[in-house]
Design a protein around this ligand. Structure first.
Ligand code: FAD
Length: 305
């Protein structure tokens, strides 16, 4: 019987691993298909405190892993296939084997929605970005194209105008989904231009983004538009398929945690990081909530003894 099983090895899962390991809870961590999480796909991280000159995403995550291992957290590079949270002890199934746990920390993250273009993955971190907060600074004095039409897309477009000389928002229809107030703010911003009734067909550039290929869905006209950065702001998908029907989720599929802590709708199950956070989505906030989940696991187990 495990004290705690942690599912996921991004900043949330690994921070929870460090804390629970140092509390002598001997955590078992299933790291999943992408050990290290989303930051393994990026280049420079300049906003994680403690690294004056910045640090590469993979380097930061290797450091976190090594730190967790230093305290004997057991890291297993396997996916959890099924989970049963409706009985205690909880059951976590990996490669057909059932592991029993007194508590579970769910830290499976979220993935940005992509357009599905080959160039998107190739150029991610080289001009393609899914995070304005993370990467806006790199585009000082540059031109950006963005796709998206919701409130957060408008918020990100406005934020990007602090750095970029121009932000062109490509939208497949001739009106936005964003709330009226956000639309008005974006329309008023002189650095933002809208390219209506259009879709991005390709991202141009070999080693870095040099432009995008646009198609007007009404006329079918294809044009190439030069730019330095391409931002996706078409939403995120939290990785919560495993807990559907077992934990309370919000309308977008994020795990609902209680105000100011990481407890879920099932006592003994905690959620940390992007899987329960559609708002901040940062490495430091994920790590912070991983710490909270670990401390809450400790208290939960103590209260049961
Ligand atoms: P994730 O990092 O998403 O990790 C999820 C983990 O869950 C993975 O290890 C995965 O293997 C595991 N998992 C999923 N399903 C299963 C399963 N069934 N079984 C077992 N494991 C599973 N943030 C910043 O603060 N600064 C930046 O500069 C920055 N740049 C970014 C650049 C890019 C390209 C991207 C994509 C994101 C960036 N972010 C940045 C955001 C940051 O990466 C996330 O906020 C953070 O990684 C969230 O951490 P997490 O631990 O919640 O989840």
């Amino acid at each position: 019987m495990e004290n705690v099983i942690i599912i996921g090895s991004g900043p949330a899962g690994l921070t929870a691993a460090i804390y629970t390991a140092r509390a002598n809870l001997n955590p078992l961590v299933f790291e999943g298909y992408q050990y290290g999480g989303q930051l393994m796909t990026t280049t420079e991280i300049e906003n994680f405190p403690g690294f004056e000159e910045g640090i590469s995403g993979p380097e930061l995550m290797e450091e976190m892993r090594a730190q967790a291992q230093r305290f004997q957290a057991r890291l297993v590079q396997k996916d959890v296939e099924a989970i049963n949270l409706l009985q205690r002890p909880f059951h976590v199934t990996v490669e057909g084997e059932v592991h029993e746990a007194r508590t579970v920390i769910f830290a499976t993250g979220a993935n940005a929605r992509m357009l599905g273009l080959e160039a998107e993955k190739r150029l991610l971190g080289h001009g393609v970005s899914t995070c304005a907060t993370c990467d806006g600074f790199f585009y000082t004095g540059k031109e950006i194209v963005m796709v998206g039409g919701g409130d957060s897309a408008m918020e990100e477009a406005i934020f990007l105008t602090r750095f970029a000389t121009k932000v062109s928002v490509v939208h497949r229809r001739d009106e936005l989904r964003a709330s009226k107030i956000m639309q008005e703010r974006a329309f008023k911003n002189e650095k933002i231009q809208f390219i209506w009734n259009s879709v991005v067909e390709d991202i141009l550039g070999e080693a870095k983004v040099t432009g995008v290929r646009l198609r007007n869905v009404k006329t079918n006209d294809v044009t190439d538009m030069p730019c330095d950065g391409f931002f996706l702001a078409i939403g995120h998908v939290p990785n919560t398929t495993l807990v559907q029907g077992q934990l309370e989720l919000d309308a977008q599929g994020y795990i609902i945690t209680q105000n100011k802590n990481t407890a879920t709708s099932v006592p003994g199950v905690f959620a940390a990081g992007d899987v329960q956070d559609s708002k901040y989505r940062q490495a430091i906030t994920a790590a912070g909530s991983g710490c909270m989940a670990a401390l809450e696991v400790e208290r939960f187990l103590e209260a049961e003894e």
